[in-house]
Design a protein around this ligand. Sequence first.
Ligand SMILES: [Zn+2]
Length: 65
Amino acid sequence: MADRKAEHDPRARDRQLVPFVETRAFECRWIEGPGGAEARCCGAPTDGGSWCRFHREIVFERRIR
Ligand SMILES: [Zn+2]
């Protein structure tokens, strides 16, 4: 059973961002701040997609509109 308490909290701003080039297969690729070579991603674990649950909802919401 997954530990829900360890789940990524997008409101916690003290977490480490991951450089875009270092994101792995199941890490959130949501880019925080400006893009480009210095782009940094959320890096939170996903459940198989490209984004964590929080950012995936944002992405899908934008696509619907
Ligand atoms: Zn994310």
